[in-house]
Ligand binder design. Structure first.
Ligand SMILES: O=C(O)C1=C[C@@H](OP(=O)(O)O)[C@@H](O)[C@H](O)C1
Ligand SMILES: C=C(OP(=O)(O)O)C(=O)O
Length: 412
């Protein structure tokens, strides 16, 4: 089903509680860790994200020796399973959606081959699908790896490192992108008894046993960002988000500081947090998304609607995610007369001189869940917002539209 959803501008409720699903990033790490621990590590509050359901299905429910597995659009599942099945030495093809076949994996495959895995490409060199041909014979533990394409390559290697006969020591070249995601990986491994060392550009994990424990997944901070945007665009809305923690493993908790610039105040309590519009004046400045790339769309769309001409950096990796997110943002923002202009290498400036809020608008989503969710809050200021292929949200937040209704929007 590829249906659109039409959102009618409505008076949202002055106060509401939204229960977010578990973090997809934490969940997908937990699933790999649990599988490697042979059930010693249990998981609580697993995400209902489609990417997590897919990975869980492949690891726990489908045939014990699959010949082909299909991860659809799930980047983490693609990268983590390539390392996982390499280590298992099982002959299996890992494939995904058409877009997945355009998302790079060469850096990870090179690293796994250096370690001793037998992997080949089924189609285009450096891109899925990949074929794990069989036995893993470790020849070295040392890997020189680029850090600037995707942190998921490092996470994939770190997740399996303690199960390899010689462990893994990574030496990271270039600047590490999405660093909090690597910290999340190491912290979750630590909770399961796997120690590491991290000294400047070197991360090492020796062979070790997992200890019996339960990983409790925190709600998804990237999902929380859409509610921050709704509140930022409101007069005085207040939303309670249970179970989110001040000291989160998720780098996207940076939304707290970013949205403070938009007049959204966050108050943590024992149950989670409450966000409220307090209406401080916003001073446009440079916002960097290198450590929290999944927040970029939320914040850029919100800035455009508030006509706040921020500039943004750290957006390099957005071009290789579910879609080319820079192109998608530029195309859709043009529909309200806003330009996102690259003024120097990887610095983008929002230009709202010709901002024009129409009565109705149709937003394309480019098979990207974050395009749908980042643009949905437009309904705070536009009478009728049509979001095409609205079901894309299922990738990370399947009940997003139910929550949108709960907050008071009328949806068709
Ligand atoms: O490890 C993870 O769970 C993720 C890492 C990030 O990707 P990159 O490292 O490719 O930036 C992020 O964008 C993605 O949604 C999830
Ligand atoms: C980039 C994302 O996911 P992935 O890379 O896991 O497909 C995302 O959820 O925004």
């Amino acid at each position: 089903m590829n249906a659109s959803i039409v959102i009618q501008k409505s008076q949202i409720k002055p106060e509401e509680t939204i229960n977010l699903t578990g973090s997809k990033s934490e969940s997908n790490r937990a699933l790999i860790i649990s599988a490697l621990s042979k059930g010693k590590v249990k998981i609580k509050n697993l995400s209902s994200a489609a990417d997590t359901v897919t990975l869980n299905g492949i690891l726990n429910h489908e045939s014990e020796h699959p010949t082909t597995v299909n991860v659809g659009p799930a980047g983490t599942a693609m990268r983590f399973l390539t390392a996982y099945f390499s280590l298992k030495g099982e002959k299996v093809e890992i494939t995904g959606s058409e877009r997945m076949k355009q998302r790079p994996i060469g850096t990870l495959v090179d690293a796994l081959q250096t370690l001793g895995a037998d992997i080949s490409y089924q189609d285009q060199e450096g891109y899925p699908p990949v074929l794990i041909n069989g036995a893993f014979n470790q020849t070295t533990s040392h890997i020189l790896i680029r850090g600037d394409i995707s942190s998921q390559f490092l996470t994939a290697l770190l997740l399996v490192a303690s199960s390899l006969p010689q462990g893994v020591d990574l030496e990271i070249m270039d600047e590490l992108t999405s660093k909090p995601y690597v910290e999340m990986t190491l912290s979750m491994l630590q909770q399961c008894g796997i120690n590491h060392t991290w000294d400047r550009d070197k991360i090492a994990i020796l062979p070790q046993e997992f200890k019996a424990t339960t990983l409790t997944i925190e709600p998804d901070w990237s999902a929380a960002s859409y509610w921050y945007s709704v509140v930022a665009l409101s007069e005085n809305a207040k939303i309670h988000l249970p179970n989110l923690k001040k000291n989160s493993l998720q780098g996207d908790s940076a939304i707290v500081e970013i949205m403070a610039l938009f007049g959204v105040e966050t108050t943590f309590d024992e149950d989670g947090l409450t966000i409220e519009k307090v209406g401080h004046e916003i001073k446009p400045q440079l916002l960097d998304f290198k450590e929290c790339p999944d927040l970029a769309q939320t914040v850029i769309v919100c800035s455009a609607l508030l006509c706040k001409e921020f500039s943004f950096s750290g957006l390099e990796t957005l071009k290789i995610k579910e879609t080319d997110r820079i192109f998608a943002l530029q195309t859709e923002l043009a529909k309200i007369g806003v330009k996102l202009i690259e003024t120097q290498a990887d610095v983008y400036q929002l230009n709202c001189e010709e901002l024009n809020i129409p009565q109705e608008i149709k937003i394309a989503t480019y098979e990207d869940h974050r395009m749908a969710m980042a643009f949905a809050p437009m309904a705070m200021v536009i009478d009728k917002v049509e979001i095409e292929e609205a079901q894309v949200v299922e990738k990370s937040y399947p009940h997003f539209w139910d929550d949108f209704k709960k907050i008071g929007f009328s949806l068709k």
